[in-house]
Ligand binder design. Structure first.
Ligand code: C5P
Length: 320
């Protein structure tokens, strides 16, 4: 009998670099990015009972209700595709802030796909699940893999990369009352205006792909487990930095303040995730990471977390 009660840990992600290549004819932007799951996570429980329809009960940080919620839409989509004649009740405990570039809504939606796929009498293939994920949003497919993932196209063409080592991750963003997060469509529109002004529309697709992949190949090995020996990793990850960073730093004085504060720490890698608002630092050692998170928390919101590899990520889904 397939399980009828499932639980998933819906991890957030950071982008270890993000290049915007060009605006595509469909209005989306062609991207080159590396996603990385982290331990900051929402909890989702899914119960299947007799009946029909979808229910969503939420606790923790505020979330949109009904069809405004991507996890709810994922449940409707998968139920329809699988012709699932059951009632789906979702319980969501929200910890991942929205407007942060951490992919919280996308991760919840992917968790629903994964749970319902597990509960199906005839489980759908990964390719089918990826197609559903794409329909829900550009960042959703990445969360079907977890760990370190190369993202191409809209960010929805995903390829699993080898896991990085044990890195502590500090996240920081301005407090909600002074800045309510960054809107992704507005961030892309800002890039469009700047690109139009500078004639910057990116190179040919295959050129940018080869260039990005070879840079990723130079940067990531230094963060792999076998290289986690010294107190610091390399500071250099030139060429794959997040193209949204410049625009985000100009939004308010808080963003450059956080950036400078992170850069003054021993973090091996400082960057912006997605289109913001959160910036991150990766630390090899727990002490300096905890110290940086505590200092940032004096004036901003900050979280102390760590990277989550693919095996741990996939193990975060349970039936009971
Ligand atoms: O795919 P998703 O619904 O998450 O995208 C939200 C918005 O972000 C899109 O409507 C689009 O404006 C912008 N976007 C984009 N290029 C991408 C991803 C998102 O322009 N690769």
């Amino acid at each position: 009998m397939p399980p009828t009660r499932l639980r998933a840990r819906a991890c957030a992600k950071i982008n270890l670099g993000l290049k915007i290549v060009s605006r595509r004819p469909d209005g989306f932007h062609e991207l080159r990015t590396v996603f990385q799951t982290i331990a900051l996570a929402d909890d989702l429980v899914c119960e299947l009972t007799r009946g029909q329809g979808v229910g969503l009960a939420a606790s923790g940080l505020a979330v949109p209700q009904g069809r405004g919620n991507l996890a709810y839409r994922a449940a409707e989509l998968v139920a329809d595709q699988l012709k699932l004649r059951r009632r789906i009740d979702l319980r969501l405990h929200k910890r991942i802030p929205s407007g942060a570039g951490l992919g919280g809504g996308s991760s919840d939606a992917a968790a629903v796909i994964r749970m319902l796929a597990r509960a199906a009498a005839r489980p759908p293939s990964l390719a089918t699940q990826l197609a559903w994920a794409r329909e829900l949003g550009s960042d959703v497919p990445n969360f079907l893999l977890g760990g370190t993932v190369l993202g191409l196209g809209r960010g929805d063409e995903v390829y699993a990369l080898p896991d990085l080592g044990k890195w502590h991750c500090v996240l920081a963003m301005p407090r909600a009352q002074s800045h309510g997060g960054v809107s992704t469509p507005e961030a892309f529109a800002r890039w469009d205006r700047e690109a139009a002004g500078s004639g910057l529309t990116g190179g040919g697709d295959s050129d940018t792909l080869i260039e990005f992949c070879s840079l990723v190949d130079q940067v990531l090995p230094a963060f792999r487990p076998e290289r986690n020996r010294g107190p610091r990793g390399p500071k250099v990850h030139a060429g794959i930095e997040n193209d949204f960073l410049r625009g985000v730093l100009s939004l308010s004085t808080d963003f450059p303040r956080i950036h400078r504060q992170l850069r003054r720490t021993p973090a091996a890698w400082v960057g912006l995730t997605g289109s913001g608002a959160a910036q991150f630092g990766l630390f090899h050692q727990a002490g300096p990471a905890a110290e940086a998170a505590a200092r940032l928390a004096v004036s901003h919101q900050s979280w102390l977390t760590r990277l989550v590899g693919r095996r741990e990520y996939q193990g975060g889904l349970r039936a009971w």
